[in-house]
Design a protein around this ligand. Structure first.
Ligand SMILES: Cc1ncc(COP(=O)(O)O)c(C=O)c1O
Length: 386
């Protein structure tokens, strides 16, 4: 059976491929440890589960949700943005639930790109920044994130002909996969670029709550002028251990959110209202302590990974945010994929090849910190022995 040409344009989704390899090895009896996917190993915090249980038992959540979202959820997101980032949002027009950030980022391509239009995409970056444009008839333009620039894209290096056709800009800090925090002035430069070239900025805020060493991540929307040109996609997946719940919000520019709503009202029927009520419970100040405790766990694991890598001769700056360590592959391997294949074959440890996040990720690999300490230490020991 032949799929559409647009589907054939994109490579298989990285983690689908990894999951297939892990399953094959495990079926053959190998004890594989995966440091591949960024999926928290700790359960969702109990106040969120308790709120969800009550919400599921409430018949008012059982009907089709509206795509606008429950007032409780929109108000909770607005309250969180005020408390956490000092950003004022109108819960009626500047906040809407999304069925995870992935859905939202993908659908923004459908809402804003026509054939021939361009989405500027951080490279390396979350794969939907490039798969989304390709699947919706647009084109991604890769903006390299390089260590020597603090993993900031160089807007001045984007050709004028590309900027003429650019409609969207996707980036994210704290960054997946590099662990970088937002370099000084980058958000202001994005606002300026968007104003000059009529681009919608999409800041993917999946990791603002997952930070270390006292670093506090800002929202893009706290940048002067940001709300005029952009939106932020805030995900509850990582900081609240809610990846399976599919709970996120798009916040910011009301006109952009209106277009996203119009698109979605033709595609899906919104986020289960019990999940919205659970999300509202997650964003209360009482949960801040759980998030801090989780960050302490990740910080400890981050230090263990950085120490083990340095003992193996690979020196990395410990990231101040996200749940990843991004490191150069050792000499002697022709590509990151070849090194990761080697680690899987000989140490039965899954790590992600940087090239899978874009061509500028080549030469690097990513370790996720979402594996219990004992298994993480065992995996690091296996890699060290290699
Ligand atoms: C940068 C980034 N954006 C978005 C997502 C997906 O978030 P969600 O679970 O809300 O779809 C991820 C997950 O790994 C991510 O790393």
């Amino acid at each position: 059976m032949r799929p559409s040409k647009r589907l054939e344009k994109i490579p298989p989704y990285l983690f689908a491929e990894l999951e297939r390899k892990i399953a094959a090895k495990r079926a053959a009896g190998v004890d594989v440890i995966s440091l591949g996917i960024g999926d928290p190993d700790t359960p969702t915090y109990s106040p969120i589960v308790t709120a969800a249980q009550a919400a599921v038992a409430d018949p008012s959540t059982h009907t089709y949700p509206t795509n606008r979202g429950r007032e409780e959820f929109r108000t909770a997101v607005a309250g969180f943005y005020r408390r956490r980032f000092g950003v004022e949002l109108d819960p009626d027009t500047e906040v809407m639930p999304a069925i995870g950030a992935k859905e939202c980022i993908f659908n923004l391509n459908l809402a804003f790109l026509d054939p021939g239009d361009i989405a500027l995409a951080a490279d390396p970056g979350y794969p939907v920044y490039t798969g989304g444009p390709l699947l919706t008839g647009g084109e991604p333009f890769l903006m390299p994130l390089l260590p020597e620039r603090g993993f900031a894209p160089d807007f001045d290096a984007i050709p004028a002909t590309v900027l003429d056709r650019a409609r969207l800009l996707f980036f994210n800090y704290p960054n997946n996969p590099t662990g970088a925090i937002v370099p000084d002035g980058l958000f202001d430069a994005a606002v300026e670029l968007a104003r000059t070239h009529d681009i919608l900025v999409v800041h993917d805020n999946a990791y603002s709550e997952t930070t270390y060493d006292g670093y506090v991540a800002p929202s893009f929307l706290a940048t002067p002028g940001a709300k005029d040109v952009g939106v932020e996609v805030f995900s509850l997946s990582k900081a609240y251990n809610m990846t399976g719940w599919r709970c996120a919000a798009i916040v910011g520019n009301a006109e952009a959110i209106e277009h996203y709503w119009r698109l979605k009202s033709n595609i899906d029927s919104g986020l289960f209202e019990a999940v919205q009520l659970a999300g509202a419970a997650a964003l209360q100040p009482a949960l801040d302590a759980d998030v801090r405790a989780m960050n302490a766990v990740y910080q400890r694991r981050r230090d263990a990974v950085c120490d083990a890598l340095s003992q193996a001769g690979v020196h990395v700056t410990p990231p101040k945010g996200s749940i990843y360590v991004w490191a150069p592959i050792p000499p002697g391997f022709e590509s990151a994929a070849a090194y990761c294949e080697h680690v899987l074959e000989h140490a039965a440890v899954v790590i992600s090849p940087g090239g899978a996040y874009g061509q500028s990720g080549e030469g690097f690999f990513r370790i996720s910190l979402t594996t219990p300490d004992d298994r993480l230490l065992e995996a690091l020991e296996r890699i060290r022995r290699l």
